[in-house]
Structures are given as structure tokens and as C-alpha cells.
Design a protein around this ligand. Structure first.
Ligand SMILES: [Zn+2]
Ligand SMILES: [Zn+2]
Length: 414
């Protein structure tokens, strides 16, 4: 690479002085989680800190999103993104900084993304002498709903703050803290969430002959949906079809009127995605017809995440820089993951390269022990678990280092 980059090690010298403050911010965010599009306290905290660090701050972008801009003369525009919503999960980590909000938890680590981006903005603001260009710090709401990136773009993110030349970001995950995983090409699955309502005909539980039983209809549908991946998708392809919710009825002796199913579908190519979605519709309608339902089922898309494709050259350039700072042996290729992310929209909208990587969050010793014992699934909680709890360090230091270094790899040297 001929591109002369600003010195990341010089910019990172300031990290020691802010490490304790960032850990405090992380714990505070963790203790005060907020659901998608309700991140009011979080947004206010982020705006206040970013303002103190010298960013031009705008709140209310895409409802609760925050944009923190560092302008530093001519040069490239680098978008660095963190999401900041939490999940409807009751925390069971028992940590001192556990959620203080009943039934809401930062179970996906978005609090860590947010603290890391604040740290990176502080280091970049304090090292303006090293670099030229513009840094767009994008704090995105409602990632879990698959709506936040779209909302910020629709609110004029690029028209108001400038179109980026590259989009960078990270997601914490259940592998050793201190390491970074990046996969070029399709890296996070496309996800579609569907809500299906199957209509039967209610009756007294003692008189099934007068009913069209939606419980049996739904049960049969759930089983047949399992054949999509096993019977309709080639062995060389991959897909996930999960029925995460199945709700019907209230009481043992009442046959209800309807049953509701909630599905999550993950795919890695548009072909497979279309095949799976068409099969779901065919099966749902087919089972309703077989059961003699008088009314067609309702099928509604409740969330849709596009396939996240990492640009090959962007991954190479960014990870070369990150590896040079944290050690090339700490950077690995995790392959594609079945999780989904709406960060891809930021790159796709501007038709610019995206590099989105995974940040290790598990205690390296605990991870090593679990790996050796073959108990990873049991002992290392994954995202969305009520036990998911990244170790604060070295996760935070690695995350701030990666974001800062990655941004500098795309800014001009001064
Ligand atoms: Zn999540
Ligand atoms: Zn997440």
C-alpha cells in the first residue's frame, strides 16, 4: 500500500489517560439500557461526551441517532459507526454494573460499541495534527429492530453531514478479548423476520368438529417449515429458518380463532433468500388450505436486514493497519456468521466500501479453558443471552485501538 497513513501509535498514546473514564462510561451505559428508538438517555450521554471531546454534535438524526463530526481540513470522509440500543432481556450476569432497568439489557454489547467509538473520537480529536479529512461518528439507534440505519439515512445523514469514502465499525462477540475477526465478502447473513397469523374457527374444546383448529394448523406448519432447509436448499448452500414464537389460545377447553408464528430467516445469497421466502409462503398458505381455513393467513415482514458484504480491499487495508498495532496474530478470519446487521446499508447507500469486524469480548483464560474442555457453548455466553457480559478489559482497549487505527488508515497523513 502506497497510501501514507497517519501514525496510529502516536494517536493511541492518549488512551492510557482516558481508559478509566471510558470504562466508567461503559458501565454506566450497561446499567442504563434502552430499547430501540427509546435511547434518549443514551443519546444525551453520548452527545454530551462527544461535545466535550470537541465534536460537532447533532442529535435526533433518524429519531434518536447522534452524529458527532470531526472536521479537520481537506481529505477523505470516514464514517465510523456504533449502535446503541438494548434488548428486552432480563439480565442474569450478577455484575455490579448490571442493568437497573427491569426486563431490558445490553445483551448484544452495543454499550461496548458506543464506549469504544467515544474513545476513538477523543483520541482522533486530540491528534488532529496527525491527520486530515473528516470523521463522521455515527451513533445509531434501533439496530436490533433493523430500522436504525435506514432511519438515519432517510433523515438525510449524507446530505447533511457529507457522504463517506468508507464505512467502518465493529461488533463485540463471544471469542477472546484482545482479538479481532474480519471476513471479506458476505460476512453477516441477510435476515428477514416474519409474523404469520393463521386463521381457524374457534369452538368449545369438547366440540372439535365445529372448529377449524389453528393450533393443529400452526403445529403442522412449524414441522413442515423444517423441510425448507433440509429439502429445498442445496447442500452447498446455507440457510436458517427458526420459528422463535408460536402463540395460540388461552385455556384448555377453548379452541382459539387464530395462531401466531414469528419466524427468523438467515441467508447468504439473494437466490437462496428468495427460495426460502417463497417456500415459507407456500407452506403457510398450503397448511391453511389443507386444514380447511376459510380465510387466507396473514404474512407480514416485520424486519429485513440486507446481506452484509465486506469489501475485500477495504478489509485488507484496514486489518493490515490494525494488525500492525495489535499484532497480526491477533487478527483472524471468522468466516461468515449467521448474525445480521444493518450497518451494511451505510456502505450500500453511498456505494462505498464497508469494513465491519468482530471484536473479541470473552475472558481469554475462560475462553481457553472452555475450548480445551469442549464446553464453549455452555460456558461462554453468546450475544442476546441474559449472561452475555464482555470483560471490560482488554475488550475496551482493543476496540478503541481498532476503531482509531482503522479510521487513521483511511484519513490523510499531515
Ligand atoms: Zn443483537
Ligand atoms: Zn448487536
Amino acid at each position: 500500500m502506497s497510501h501514507p497513513t497517519p501514525s496510529a501509535p502516536t494517536a493511541l498514546l492518549g488512551l492510557d489517560a482516558i481508559r478509566a473514564e471510558l470504562a466508567g462510561i461503559y458501565r454506566d451505559l450497561h446499567a442504563h439500557p434502552e430499547l430501540s428508538f427509546a435511547e434518549h438517555r443514551t443519546a444525551a450521554e453520548v452527545a454530551r461526551r462527544a461535545g466535550e471531546y470537541g465534536c460537532e454534535v447533532t442529535t435526533g438524526v433518524g429519531r434518536t441517532g447522534v452524529v458527532a463530526v470531526l472536521r479537520n481540513g481537506p481529505g477523505p470522509t470516514v464514517l465510523v459507526r456504533a449502535d446503541f440500543d438494548a434488548l428486552p432481556v432480563t439480565e442474569r450476569t450478577g455484575l455490579g454494573h448490571a442493568s437497573t432497568v427491569e426486563g431490558v439489557m445490553h445483551a448484544c454489547g452495543h454499550d461496548m460499541h458506543t464506549a469504544c467509538l467515544l474513545g476513538a473520537l477523543k483520541l482522533l480529536a486530540d491528534s488532529r495534527a496527525l491527520w486530515g479529512g473528516t470523521v463522521l461518528g455515527v451513533f445509531q439507534p434501533a439496530e436490533e429492530a433493523g430500522q436504525g440505519a435506514r432511519a438515519m439515512l432517510d433523515d438525510g445523514l449524507y446530505e447533511r453531514f457529507g457522504t463517506p469514502d468508507v464505512v467502518l465499525g465493529q461488533h463485540v462477540g463471544p471469542f477472546p478479548a484482545g482479538t479481532i475477526g474480519a471476513h471479506a465478502g458476505p460476512a453477516f447473513a441477510a435476515a428477514d423476520a416474519l409474523r404469520v397469523v393463521m386463521h381457524g374457527k374457534g369452538a368449545h374444546g369438547s366440540r372439535p368438529e365445529t372448529s377449524v383448529d389453528p393450533v393443529v394448523m400452526a403445529a403442522s406448519t412449524v414441522l413442515r417449515l423444517q423441510t425448507i432447509v433440509s429439502r429445498e436448499i442445496a447442500g452447498s448452500e446455507t440457510a436458517v429458518v427458526t420459528v422463535g414464537a408460536l402463540n395460540a389460545g388461552t385455556k384448555d377447553n377453548i379452541i382459539p380463532d387464530e395462531a401466531e408464528l414469528k419466524l427468523s430467516i438467515r441467508t447468504y445469497t439473494e437466490d437462496v433468500r428468495r427460495t426460502v421466502l417463497a417456500a415459507v409462503e407456500r407452506i403457510v398458505r398450503g397448511e391453511a388450505a389443507v386444514a380447511g381455513a376459510a380465510r387466507e393467513p396473514d404474512i407480514e415482514t416485520t424486519a429485513s436486514f440486507p446481506l452484509l458484504v465486506n469489501d475485500e480491499d477495504a478489509v485488507a487495508r484496514t486489518m493490515a493497519a490494525v494488525g500492525a498495532v495489535i499484532g497480526a496474530d491477533k487478527v483472524f478470519d471468522p468466516g461468515p456468521v449467521t448474525g445480521s446487521e444493518d450497518v451494511g446499508l451505510f456502505g450500500a447507500e453511498a456505494q462505498v466500501p464497508l469494513c465491519y469486524w468482530l471484536l473479541g469480548g470473552a475472558d481469554p483464560e475462560a475462553f481457553g479453558a472452555a475450548l480445551a474442555a469442549g464446553t464453549l457453548e455452555r460456558d461462554i455466553p453468546s450475544n442476546h443471552s441474559p449472561y452475555f457480559a464482555p470483560v471490560v478489559e482488554p475488550t475496551l482497549t482493543t476496540g478503541v485501538t481498532a476503531l482509531t487505527t482503522a479510521a487513521l488508515a483511511w484519513l490523510d497523513a499531515r
